[in-house]
Design a protein around this ligand. Structure first.
Ligand code: 13P
Length: 251
């Protein structure tokens, strides 16, 4: 049985004051014991969140890491070992906002993936198609290529300690959620692609869905056999809403 996971990606949101408020709201949530819950604040607020969430029930992650694991001369970047030192457990890699808006290539994000894993952190590999690609019937091809780039570079064993998040770009921040069936179809294809390399590894990998997940649609999405939880953007900025999504994953 795969343990469900719900992670809140706060993206480029938050001030010290609003983060303090969110921490307080999260601490007040009744969270299910059978779900891995994580929040992923901006790098600037990682320390505040790690210190603030003292219970240890919620993991903290980072939204990005440098292409090299170790500290060094790389102005503006944060090394994976620094994220470990700060108390992080996981790191997003390949989010569509970085692929599409910041031009991160497969090559760059593969280096990040390797650096994250080498430091003992769990990469959360984000993959997903644009609306144009979906309408052209290219969804499985695009997602398959994004996944294949990591499989080719590091082999299937890299997925023993990795999470994959399927995030259709057209569903991110748009209020348009993939239907549970649409998401399940892609998740099943992702798992099948991994299973071609190693079925045991494929069965163990957590596949999260992301794209306008909210309390109102979470239970239905998480009831699908290959959806093991969610990567939540906007709704994770509201502690009560996020708590409800986490509880939906536990049921
Ligand atoms: P929304 O939940 O705001 O659509 O964002 C999803 C996402 O990009 C999470 O990484």
């Amino acid at each position: 049985m795969r343990r469900p996971m719900v992670a809140g990606n706060w993206k480029m949101h938050g001030t010290r004051a609003s983060v303090a408020e969110l921490i307080e709201g999260l601490a007040a949530q009744v969270l299910p014991g059978n779900v891995d819950v994580a929040v992923i604040p901006s790098s600037l607020h990682i320390g505040q969140v790690v210190d603030g969430l003292q219970s240890g029930l919620i993991m903290v992650g980072a939204q990005d890491a440098a292409v090299q694991a170790e500290q060094g001369a790389l102005t503006g970047e944060i090394a994976a070992v620094q994220l470990v030192d700060a108390g992080c457990k996981l790191v997003l890699v390949g989010h569509s906002e970085r692929r599409l808006l910041l031009g991160e290539s497969d090559q760059v994000l593969n280096r990040k993936f390797a650096a994250i894993q080498a430091s003992g952190l769990t990469p959360v590999l984000c993959i997903g198609e644009t609306l144009e690609q979906r309408e052209a019937g290219q969804t499985l091809e695009v997602v398959g290529q994004q996944l294949d780039s990591v499989i080719k570079a590091f082999g299937i064993q890299a997925f023993v300690n990795a999470v994959v998040a399927y995030e259709p770009v057209w569903a991110i921040g748009t209020g348009l959620t993939a239907t549970p069936e649409q998401a399940q179809d892609v998740h099943a294809a992702i798992r099948a692609q991994l299973a071609k390399e190693d079925s045991e590894v494929a069965q163990g990998v957590r596949l999260l869905y992301g794209g306008s997940v909210k309390a109102a649609n979470a239970a239905e999405l998480f009831s699908m056999p290959d959806i093991d939880g969610g990567l939540v953007g906007g709704a994770s900025l509201n502690a009560d809403e996020f708590g409800a999504i986490c509880r939906a994953a536990g049921n």
